[in-house]
Design a protein around this ligand. Structure first.
Ligand SMILES: O=C(O)CCC(=O)C(=O)O
Length: 313
């Protein structure tokens, strides 16, 4: 494999205190972890993926040559598992600065199970309050999100918001559907002890990387900027020592105690379950955005809500 994202030789933002800070606040910001050239490679790759030039993605229409890149990018909120067809995305999962940060957060042995590419053009919705371990369970609470800004992420264009320390309860609060048109159709947590006033925005320069704990409450708001994207990768990792009870094999379900999804990539250290081999199960697909509301009146009715958030509070 050719690696187009080699990473700088210094380790931006990582110090002896990084692991401690991560455990205390539930997140760690690695400013300028990627160089401007690396960011540009990722932006260019975003266009190729969205144009369908990297291979088949369920739910994505291949762009015709007369469509502009802007028209094509505007179509999608988020594409899951782009690393399955893009060498550039695969390489960024193993970026040396990110892997160094992950070792501080998780330990020496780290595996990755998912990548997501967010485009989030202006007018696109955010995600309601949630905890990622609700969706991707580990056995040892080691799930770690790695959020890579490939445009400047600002409050206006829908950066992440986090509730510092919310991971420390070690509790996964229940999830429910919502009708809040600011957010896509993923659920929201409720019965937790926090209010929106406890949240802080994480504005990030393009090339910066946020690591966050799978129990940390976080959300993002709609992109209210005019004509701009808020592109990012949101990738997930965990300790290699933990089983990953994520998806049952379709043909032969196994008991919960043995469930260990093996569509993984080792990014650091050794895999104690390497003898099981790895699989290729997850397929790239477009995530339905719900375009800002999941109430029956907005779902699948062909209502154009793409400008709903522009210029509004
Ligand atoms: O990038 C976003 O807007 C939301 C990402 C997120 O919440 C996640 O990946 O868990």
């Amino acid at each position: 494999m050719t690696t187009s994202l080699a990473g700088p030789s210094v380790r931006p933002g990582i110090s002896d205190r990084s692991g401690e800070l991560y455990r205390e606040q539930g997140f760690l910001l690695l400013e300028d972890a990627l160089t401007p050239d690396e960011v540009q490679v990722l932006r260019d790759e975003t266009v190729r993926i969205c144009r369908g030039e990297r291979g088949e993605i369920q739910g994505l229409e291949r762009a015709s040559p007369d469509e502009t890149d802007a028209d094509v990018l505007r179509r999608y909120l988020c594409i899951h598992f782009p690393h399955k067809l893009s060498q550039v995305v695969y390489d960024v999962l193993l970026h040396p600065v990110i892997v160094e940060g992950l070792k501080q957060a998780i330990g020496p042995n780290v595996k990755c199970m998912q990548s997501m590419l967010f485009i989030k053009a202006s007018g696109k919705p955010g995600q309601a309050w949630h905890q990622d371990e609700f969706f991707i369970p580990t056995r040892d609470r080691s799930l770690t999100g790695v959020w890579i800004a490939i445009d400047d992420a600002t409050v206006e264009n829908g950066c992440l918001w986090v509730i510092p320390g919310s991971h420390k309860h070690g509790v996964l609060w229940p999830q429910r559907a919502h009708n809040d048109m600011r957010f896509d159709c993923a659920g929201e947590v409720y019965r937790h002890p926090y209010s929106d006033d406890d949240a802080v925005p994480v504005a990030m320069r393009a090339g910066s990387v946020l690591l966050f704990n799978g129990y940390l409450m976080h959300r993002s708001l709609p992109n209210r900027s005019q004509g701009a994207y808020r592109r990012s990768f949101s990738n997930h990792y965990m300790s290699a020592e933990s089983f990953l009870p994520w998806h049952q094999p379709k043909d032969k379900p196994v008991g919960m105690g043995r469930l260990d999804f093996r569509d993984i990539i080792m990014v650091a250290g050794r895999d104690p379950y390497g003898f099981k081999g790895v699989e290729d199960v997850s397929k790239p697909h477009v995530r339905p955005s719900g375009e800002g509301g999941c109430g029956a009146e907005y779902r699948n009715l062909g209502i154009d809500v793409s400008n709903r958030f522009l210029g509004r509070e």
